[in-house]
Design a binder for this molecule. Structure first.
Ligand code: ATP
Ligand code: MG
Length: 632
């Protein structure tokens, strides 16, 4: 079938379309109604159906593929590597589930998971799913304040954590941060379950803190029955990356998510049972939830959980670790982010070519705009197609992409693709709310109902869900808060976030457009553009550039010359309105832990304001660099 007719069916008759897709999932009780949209914008999918994410990820595979690899946990931090078959994974998840139950966790209770990228984190997520507890995974490495806010929001009965994580060989103790977070939080969990990796000392609170090794030993042969959940019961809470402000607690359902993920594994990711999937994200992000843990396992694939840096530090840094895993585990589909690929790109190509990558069929990239240079470089180096996909924590699975599992529609450079089945999308004029025509810029919006898998609501805050996402236009539509255009052929292009727009003397420009233009200069590795207040023009663009060759900007003359060249590039490509009034050079840009540019913080510093909520920043020293550059 052509993608066009597949898509058309999904939006013309969502009931038939999704009822059909729902057959990919095991239902304990069949649903009585495919969609209930009687209370827009709240969509209820597969009403009355009972299922369970853990059952679909593990139990259903036991008969046919119990001995096949399910979870491959690799750590270059502790130099460990362990493969769990579906049967072994089942055993571990049962032990964890029994432990949770013994600690009083019941259906509907929240369990906060604050863990490094170790197998026990996955066991904990799946154990929650098994017993109907709602997990809230908080990215390991968030400090006490961020953690405390999330503890108060989720009010967990139990927190699962570990002594420490590790980053580039440096131990990052977790327990102290956790204790401090619990002290700061109003809500106190009844118990804290601790995995002791032997990396760092931990203080323990008697009666509250439980050692997992001891608990596991007690429950190793436990058989914990799956708790069948109505499709619309919550499965988890997950916070958005916090790029544009205060993170939002996204609440996800059970049945819709199971259907959406299994469908995407087929239509978008083309994964087959028995193959190995490798997603380089972190379980603390939505990509990790959907495509490290639930998606591949539900599809009967083995999934790689990788703890470590993409480039191993040392005298000669090793940028080949991921490709060695592709080789060793015969990975067929891989998922990563443009940021990660840009890091690899700084290293010589031999680090890839020495491995046998013939098993790999495609590479999926998501999370931020994929520039053409990076896309071409990685596609040529690997010899496989690169498939961009655009989505959000809110959606849970891709919104725009090319569904290679449906037909062979070509990708288009610079575009993440076309609306995927189920998403009724438009480009909407920001001020009038009218629909934009081809190549007209506007806000990317989705008409309700959102398809299965998308957020149900903001956790415990229905009003915030409606007010934040659905109240920006005269017509009730879901705003993605991203700018975009659609070309004549229906391909979408994402032009940046709606907050990242600058107004130069009445011209509205996406900072992303200017960044793209600057990126095309041969000596530009990365760039961030922000709009800064200007008495004369309203706003002006200021650019912060990481040069490829630092020696070029070692002297004031060198900096001036490169600045002038960059300005000329923008003049030529966008016009003088887009020309940054200044170009500064730095070696690091402020990003969130998930690799997104924190333009709002850069802007605040440029305007002499407080950089705002920095809970999700990767490396605070990047802000010092911005300050120093401004003073240079
Ligand atoms: P917050 O909503 O808290 O500000 P966030 O939007 O960064 O944080 P995420 O849900 O992790 O949190 O990121 C989704 C956003 O990432 C999208 O709205 C879009 O701006 C960007 N994005 C994701 N994938 C792509 C892509 N393939 N191309 C361009 N942009 C992308
Ligand atoms: Mg967002």
């Amino acid at each position: 079938m052509s993608f066009a007719s597949f898509y058309q069916q999904s939006v013309d008759d969502p009931n038939t379309f999704w009822a059909n897709e729902a057959r990919r999932v095991d239902w304990h009780t069949p649903f009585s109604k495919t969609l209930d949209y009687s209370r827009p914008p709240f969509a209820r999918w597969f009403v009355g159906g009972e299922t369970n994410l853990c059952h679909n990820a593990i139990d259903r595979h036991l008969a046919q593929r119990g001995d096949q690899a399910a979870l491959i946990a690799v750590s270059t931090e502790t130099n460990t590597e362990k493969t769990y078959s579906f049967r072994e994974l089942h055993r571990e998840v049962n032990a964890m589930a029994a432990t949770m139950q013994a600690l009083g966790v019941q259906r509907g209770d929240r369990v906060l998971i604050y863990m490094p990228m170790i197998a026990e984190a996955v066991f904990a997520m799946l154990a929650c799913a098994r017993i109907g507890a709602v997990h809230s995974v908080v990215f390991g490495g968030f400090a006490s304040n961020s953690l405390a806010t999330r503890i108060d929001d989720a009010q967990p009965t139990l927190i699962v954590s570990a002594d420490a994580g590790s980053r580039g060989g440096r131990v990052v103790p977790y327990k102290g941060l956790l204790d401090e977070a619990i002290r700061l939080a109003q809500h106190k969990p009844a118990h804290v379950l601790l995995v002791d990796r032997g990396l760092a000392e931990m203080a323990r609170t008697d009666g509250r803190d439980i050692d997992y090794a001891a608990a596991r030993a007690q429950h190793l042969d436990a058989q914990v029955p799956v708790v069948w959940l109505e499709s619309n019961e919550p499965s988890y809470i997950l916070y958005t990356s916090g790029t544009t402000g205060k993170p939002k607690g996204v609440q996800r359902d059970v049945g819709g998510y199971a259907v959406a993920l299994t469908a995407s594994m087929q239509h978008v990711f083309c994964g087959n049972p028995g193959e190995t999937y490798f997603c380089t994200s972190d379980i603390g992000w939505v990509v990790g939830h959907s495509y490290i843990v639930y998606g591949p396992l539900m599809a009967g694939m083995a999934t790689i959980l990788y703890e470590g840096l993409p480039v191993l530090p040392g005298e000669t840094p090793d940028a080949g670790i991921w490709w060695s895993l592709v080789d060793k585990y015969k990975v067929t589909r891989m998922f990563s982010s443009p940021t990660a690929i840009r890091v690899l790109k700084k290293h010589p190509p031999e680090f890839m070519s020495k491995y046998d990558l013939s098993s790999l069929k495609s590479l999926y990239l998501a999370g931020e705009p994929l520039d053409e240079t990076t896309s071409n470089w990685i596609s040529t180096s690997l010899g496989v197609p690169v498939i961009d996909n655009y989505w959000q924590t809110e959606s849970g699975w891709p919104i725009l992409s090319i569904a290679k599992g449906v037909d062979d529609k070509p990708t288009r450079l610079g575009s993440p693709g076309v609306p995927l089945y189920g998403y009724k999308m438009h480009i909407m004029n920001e001020s009038t709310g009218e629909l934009c025509g081809p190549n007209e810029k506007g806000v990317v919006v989705i008409e309700g109902p959102l398809p299965p898998g998308c957020m149900q609501t903001v956790y415990r805050d229905d009003a915030r869900f409606v007010n934040t996402y659905w109240s920006n236009f005269p017509k009730q539509v879901y705003s993605t808060f991203d700018w975009g255009i659609r070309d004549e052929d229906g391909y979408y292009f994402i032009l940046g976030r709606t907050d990242d727009v600058i107004n130069v003397a009445g011209h509205r420009l996406g900072t992303r457009e200017i960044e793209e233009s600057i990126s095309s200069h041969a000596n530009v590795s990365e760039v961030a553009v922000v709009g800064v207040e200007d008495k004369l023009k309203g706003q002006v663009a200021i650019a912060f550039v990481i040069p490829k060759k630092a020696d070029g900007v070692a002297t004031p003359e060198g900096r001036q010359a490169l600045e002038a060249e960059i300005m000329r590039v923008v003049d030529k490509q966008i016009g003088a309105v887009g020309r940054p009034s200044r170009v500064y050079f730095v070696s690091l840009l402020p990003k969130t832990r998930s690799g997104k540019l924190l333009r709002r913080s850069i802007q605040a510093i440029c305007e002499g304001r407080d950089p705002g909520d920095l809970t999700t920043i990767e490396d605070p020293s990047s802000l010092q660099q911005i300050k120093a550059a401004l003073q240079s």
